[in-house]
Design a protein around this ligand. Structure first.
Ligand code: 3PZ
Ligand code: ZN
Length: 685
């Protein structure tokens, strides 16, 4: 019964797949309107409002015959809707809807009284937000009932994250939980959270019921064996996941089908776009996946037909029409902005005031004010030194004092700390190297030691840790190659450049941007580090410059300022008719993003894609006309960090002549004449 439906739908959507797989960031560059939309859809869209199109769809779905309109040629939007609605009805007949699920649950409930549940007191914080509490409480109830009717004694949680679900399974129902999580840090913080919660609530939490382990789960993972390792007496298992991401959900299915001891699968899947696809390229590596066992499609029939759906189409498939219709706030909603009265704002550069603001910070490091506490003093000195140099004020700096300070921060490893009492770190090592290059005092560096320090921070996968504590981040990949190139030691004897590059590229996202690790959300600061990294190693051709350029120039807001990342509305569809948007902290425009965004655009050759005049107005308005210096936004407190990035932003758009602001190098964020002096060749597009 299912097979004709499956085949019919595959045939029906086949011609639409290139369209379904297009991404709206390519809308203009790839001319989607003309390339993908048949004339009849273009006509309908131009002649009706969005609301009317939705109405047409709704009216159709009520009126439509359940007979397949086979012989009709699709020439109107109505006839297209006819076919879509026909297939929707066919699928519905094959689907367990939420009403049958609810009935099933009620039936189970009759078998099981709920007296043993220890509901947490409503006035106690469980360190979860409301949405999470709602989800967790319902899933916990369901799992407990399923455990009871199937006599299962261990719950295996795939991708346990912060352990929200596990904590409640144990507290409320005294169940045994094995938590599986691939991220070590996450597992540790989950355990801490559970212990903390236990203390605060004075409730008994039986630690013997909670076992966790750090594993990357795939089809080869032997769940039965893991269970008997942690719970030797276990006889039957429930596998579950609350937002089991991408392939984790299909893996769970794989295990369930093949393992007798797993009695129940109870999963809330998510992130369909992260599912690997057998016949499509991996969105991150752009390569065909060998790991076809846990990938889409799972069904043998579709595998036999070599059916390829594509990542964007799967993403689209998880957006319901009903939900979109009900949301007034859509993805294309304007980003949050501030209003600035440009008729009264400062519109000239207060160079003299900035020079005294900066040299006040630089002169005595006993009196560092807001922003420059000792844990980032080395970077503070770099911000001040670079900015003074760009404003022709380097003579105001006590360079001997600075050199002595840097020497006091040089560790036996050859690397540098933010201040004397702290430990060395790549971030402050780069700052120290940058200052020394500007002051032409590279003699202070022990190149051999520094090279071996940086070498030992490189990991097997090519990534870099920031220090011996081991945090991994694409920022550190940039710091590593920036340091090495500035001391003229960037070569394959010191670090594995090829691996380092493939790690950075593995952090590239479908939107053209980069995150701090593979799969992490695109963010301007991270994009700058990755783009600057690729410029230093001359591998800019690996960037999709159209896609990235679009993402970056869309950071500019009406106020002229730039923000740091995409505003992504988070929909909370607890009830099917009421929709809330839970506001994630949005990124307002900020002067420092002038640098992260603009420098990235400059490197990929698209700095003209933002409005220079408006940006200049925004940056100038953020000056403090009393103390000097720039703040993150107009009227806020100035600091050296934002002062540097305001000045470098103005430099990149050539807002003033060289005699007022010197040229800045977009990769190193140092004066261009300094880079020329040491003769580094970066790549610019
Ligand atoms: C600021 N750091 O973590 S920080 C930084 N931020 O050391 C320095 N834009 O509270 C100063 N925000 C001011 N002087 C802010 C450097 C941050 C960036 C915070 C910030 C900037 C908006 C909220 C991270 C290079 C190095 C470090 C960063 C980015 C790039 C803070 C908060 C954080 C930090 C310092 C002070 C004022 C100055
Ligand atoms: Zn900022």
């Amino acid at each position: 019964m299912a097979l004709p439906v499956l085949n019919g739908i595959c045939q029906f959507i086949h011609p639409f797949l290139p369209f379904l797989n297009s991404h709206n960031v390519d809308y203009l560059t790839d001319d989607h309107w003309n390339v993908y939309l048949p004339q009849y859809i273009r006509d309908s869209l131009l002649s009706s409002k969005t609301e009317q199109i939705y109405d047409l769809y709704d009216n159709h779905s009520n009126a439509s015959e359940s007979e397949m309109p086979f012989n009709k040629q699709i020439t109107t939007l109505e006839s297209l809707f006819d076919i879509i609605i026909y297939w929707k009805k066919q699928i519905k007949q094959l689907t367990l809807t939420s009403s049958t699920y609810k009935q099933d649950l009620d039936n189970i409930k009759h078998l099981q009284n709920d007296e043993q549940r220890k509901k947490p007191p409503a006035n106690l914080s469980r360190f979860m937000n409301e949405k999470k509490e709602h989800e967790v409480d319902r899933l916990v109830e369901l799992i407990a009932h399923l455990a009871s009717v199937t006599q299962s004694d261990v719950i295996v949680d795939y991708g346990s994250g912060k352990g929200y679900l596990d904590g409640e399974l144990i507290q409320q129902y005294n169940l045994k939980v094995l938590a599986l999580e691939s991220q070590n840090q996450t597992v540790n913080s989950a355990e801490k959270r559970l212990i903390l919660m236990n203390k605060k609530q004075h409730q008994h939490f039986d630690a013997n019921n909670y076992k966790h382990t750090t594993v990357y789960i795939d089809n080869k993972t032997n769940i039965e064996e893991l269970c008997s390792e942690y719970f030797p007496t276990s006889t039957s298992i429930i596998v579950t996941g609350l937002h089991a991401c991408g392939s984790l959900s299909s893996t769970m299915l794989w295990h369930y089908i093949r393992n007798e001891k797993i009695k129940v699968l109870c999963n809330v899947a998510c992130c369909y776009h992260l599912l690997e696809e057998k016949f499509d390229v991996n969105p991150f590596t752009k390569e065909y996946s060998d790991n076809d066992e846990r990938s889409f499609p799972l069904c043998q029939k579709l595998i036999d037909n070599q059916f390829k759906l594509g990542r964007n189409a799967r993403m689209l498939a998880s957006q319901s029409i009903e939900r979109n219709r009900n949301n007034k706030i859509r993805m294309g909603a304007p980003q949050r902005d501030i209003t600035i009265d440009y008729s009264t704002s400062i519109n000239e550069l207060l160079t003299e005031k900035h020079l005294s603001f900066l040299s006040g910070y630089g002169r005595s490091h006993h009196k560092y004010e807001y922003g420059i506490t000792d844990y980032l003093r080395m970077s503070g000195i770099y911000w001040v030194t670079t900015c003074l140099d760009l404003l022709h004020g380097l003579d105001q700096l006590d360079t001997d004092d600075i050199i002595n300070f840097i020497k006091s921060c040089q560790k036996p490893s050859g690397a540098f700390s933010p201040s004397t009492q702290h430990d060395e770190h790549l971030l402050y090592t780069l700052s120290a190297v940058q200052i020394l290059v500007i002051l032409d005092r590279l003699d202070i560096i022990d190149k051999e030691k520094l090279c071996s320090y940086i070498k030992h921070l490189q990991q097997e996968d090519g990534s870099f840790a920031g220090d011996d504590w081991g945090e991994i981040d694409t920022r550190f990949s940039f710091c590593a190659v920036a340091c090495l190139s500035l001391i003229n030691c960037l070569n394959s004897d010191v670090i594995n450049i090829e691996k380092a590059t493939s790690f950075v590229v593995s952090c590239m996202n479908f939107d053209g941007g980069f995150g701090c690790m593979p799969g992490a959300e695109s963010h301007s600061g991270q994009i700058y580090c990755c783009v600057a990294y690729l410029s230093i190693v001359h591998k800019l051709e690996l960037i999709d410059t159209n896609q990235l350029g679009w993402w970056l120039c869309e950071r500019q807001l009406e106020s002229g300022g730039l923000n740091g990342k995409l505003k992504t509305p988070v929909y909370n569809d607890i009830s099917s008719t009421v929709y809330f948007v839970i506001g994630r902290p949005e990124k307002l425009p900020d002067v420092c993003y002038s640098w992260w965004v603009l420098a990235s655009l400059k490197i990929i050759g698209h700095s003209k894609w933002i409005n220079h005049h408006k940006l200049k107005q925004f940056i100038l308005a953020a000056q403090d006309d009393e103390t000097g210096g720039f703040a993150d936004q107009p009227k806020n407190v100035p600091d050296p960090f934002h002062t540097l990035f305001a000045v470098t932003g103005l430099s990149l758009i050539n807002a003033y002549s060289e005699s007022i602001i010197k040229q800045v190098n977009p990769v190193y964020c140092m004066p261009q004449y300094v880079i020329d002096r040491i003769g580094i060749q970066i790549q610019l597009l």
